[in-house]
Design a protein around this ligand. Structure first.
Ligand SMILES: NC(=O)c1ccc[n+]([C@@H]2O[C@H](COP(=O)([O-])OP(=O)(O)OC[C@H]3O[C@@H](n4cnc5c(N)ncnc54)[C@H](O)[C@@H]3O)[C@@H](O)[C@H]2O)c1
Length: 308
């Protein structure tokens, strides 16, 4: 098959290519906003092709789509700080381009699209969020992602994911993601000041995210048309528990504070049982990720890897 990955030079894409490159042709379209070296490791593969360009160039995107059996649209302005800085671009890239893909793809073309589960908001009564629970995103980032998800849910031959917060090292690193950020700050400062300590979040290792894309493609007949939460259900934990897990690996003082809040308010328990029931499972726990991050941070420097 020929797989088009937009935004494939990013955090998830730079690892995801590895899951397909041996068996399929992979074309990445990316404007290289961040690390231009993240895909170098694939240049020795004759299955790999890179096109530098903007997904808003619909002529280019349309030409690349024509040849593709599978489209994985990752290109986005990711995270609320980046979207708030350029709201027009956020709507164009995160929503309008995806609506265009959904409207213009052939019915036989498969799409796997990653939305965020941050739109599940708060569940003060402790109820577990499933794919049936309503999404009410607060931030512009969350809204554009959910609008794009709806475009694909209304189109044929599409699968959408609602990803937990991803963690772990990648060729294009992101240090703004919560676990990655906490481990980095622990190494640097040995202190974490936590707000919304009791708020529940859930997490998933980046390799398990990549595995979910491959799982869906390999099991299309049982996944087609579905929306799946993709998280590690054993990693529904609050921020304090996350920090305490890091404390098992590194010296860390935890200071609790109540001076700010997350603009994409999240306090929920999420179930990914639906995709587990199809045969998918996670391979990595939090301790694996923390150990890997400690090694990664002994190699790289920090500030250039955040999405703001
Ligand atoms: N990482 C997470 O925790 C997470 C959670 C939920 C959903 N997602 C979604 O997964 C996808 C990938 O996220 P990521 O963490 O890899 O983010 P990232 O910021 O590392 O990657 C985004 C990539 O898109 C590219 N890009 C941005 N605008 C573009 C444009 N106009 N044209 C072409 N390329 C463009 C960037 O250069 C970058 O390589 C995004 O759609 C994101 O919303 C990520």
């Amino acid at each position: 098959m020929k797989i088009l990955i937009t935004g494939g030079a990013g955090y998830i894409g730079s690892e995801l290519v590895n899951y397909f490159i041996d068996d399929h042709e992979v074309v990445v379209l990316d404007n290289l906003m961040y690390d231009p070296t993240s895909l170098l490791r694939y240049t020795n593969s004759t299955n790999f092709k890179f096109i530098r360009g903007d997904v808003r160039d619909l002529k280019l995107l349309g030409d690349l789509m024509k040849d593709s059996d599978v489209i994985i649209p990752l290109a986005a302005l990711v995270g609320f700080p980046l979207c708030d800085r350029d709201p027009r671009a956020a709507v164009e890239i995160n929503y309008e381009v995806n609506q265009w893909i959904a409207d213009n793809k052939r019915p036989d073309q498969k799409v796997i699209y990653p939305c965020t589960n941050s739109g599940y908001g708060t569940s003060e009564d402790g109820t577990v969020r499933t794919e049936e629970s309503p999404l009410n995103p607060v931030s512009l980032y969350g809204k554009t992602k959910v609008d794009a998800e709806n475009a694909y849910r209304n189109s044929e031959n599409c699968v959408t994911f609602r990803l937990a917060t991803v963690y772990g090292p990648a060729t294009r690193m992101r240090t703004d993601l919560l676990v990655n950020n906490f481990v980095l700050r622990t190494l640097r400062d040995r202190v974490l000041v936590l707000y919304e300590c009791e708020f529940m979040r859930n997490y998933v290792h980046i390799q398990d995210v990549c595995k979910a894309f491959k799982f869906v493609l390999d099991n299309w007949e049982v996944c087609n048309g579905e929306t799946f939460n993709v998280g590690n259900d054993s990693l529904n934990m609050n921020k304090l528990q996350l920090a305490q897990t890091i404390q098992n690996h590194l010296p860390l003082e935890i200071i609790r504070a109540e001076f700010t809040s997350d603009p994409d308010t999240r306090d929920y328990i999420v179930s990914s049982q639906k995709i587990y029931d199809r045969g998918y499972s996670c391979d990595y726990d939090l301790d694996d990720g923390i150990n890997q991050l400690i090694k990664a941070y002994s190699i790289i420097e920090s500030p250039w890897y955040a999405n703001y």
